[in-house]
Design a protein around this ligand. Structure first.
Ligand SMILES: [Zn+2]
Length: 244
């Protein structure tokens, strides 16, 4: 980011109050990755900027490089995910995808795959998919794109095929010889499901019908490896979903 004026296409992950009338907006953009920008006057009733900088908005934005943060000088919303505002049950799911993305993406590197993942996730939540399975798939894929991908094939330590369980600390399966105390024992069906979800496009999640046991174990698995990388208790959405 070196030009004084630049454009980017992206999604609003978070907004915060800044001063009397402004908002500080966290954007995840295809071109510039994640960064914060100021929406001047966005809290005024007549603000033209306000609608385009709400959480759950996808749009084109123009920025002027400011002293501390870039300043949003133009916006054109492409999609507003209004169902998260209209449906109180759906809201924490949309927020969860945003919060998780915000925590796992760090710098300003372009992150096209993650932008597309979040866009697909927000769209699909409004289309009546299995919310549980969509969130678990999103977690696995986001971990994959951000370099925290769990490894589900062979023992991550020695390459043995005879794996005994998953270690959140190692981020993969371990055999009996390499086992550590924190290992999580999982059904072969759950591991097959996790492998499949990592590879399946989010749009095809609706074709997958896991058993109750597989769903329970998948939640355990994802919680364990995510908790190793971030404090899930800090996420407001997890509290709203009753998952902490
Ligand atoms: Zn081993």
């Amino acid at each position: 980011m070196t030009k004084r004026i630049f454009k980017a296409e992206g999604l609003v992950l978070r907004t915060r109050v800044l001063g009397e009338a402004d908002r500080l907006v966290t954007l995840l953009t295809f071109e510039e990755g994640k960064f914060e920008a100021v929406a001047r006057g966005a809290r005024k009733i007549k603000s033209k900027l306000a609608a385009g900088v709400d959480l759950f908005t996808y749009g084109h934005y123009t920025f002027h490089r400011g002293r501390t943060w870039p300043i949003i000088t133009g916006q054109e919303p492409l999609e507003r995910f209004v169902w998260f505002r209209e449906d109180p049950e759906l809201y924490p799911y949309g927020l969860y995808l945003a919060e998780l993305t915000d925590r796992l993406i760090i710098g300003e590197e372009p992150c096209v795959a993650v932008c597309q993942l979040l866009l697909d996730g927000w769209r699909m939540l409004g289309q009546g998919v299995d919310r549980f399975l969509l969130c678990r798939t999103f977690e696995l894929k986001l971990a994959h794109y951000t370099g925290y991908s769990p490894y589900f094939d062979l023992c991550i330590s020695c390459g043995s095929e005879n794996t005994q369980g998953f270690s959140p600390r190692e981020g993969g399966l371990l055999c009996q010889k390499c086992q550590v105390p924190d290992v999580l024992k999982l059904d072969a069906g759950t591991l097959a499901l996790a492998r499949r979800l990592l590879k399946t496009p989010l749009s095809q999640v609706r074709m997958i019908r896991p058993s109750t046991l597989q769903k329970e174990e998948l939640a355990q698995l994802n919680n364990a490896f995510l908790a190793y990388h971030l404090d899930l208790g800090e996420l407001k959405s997890r509290r709203l979903l009753g998952e902490n």
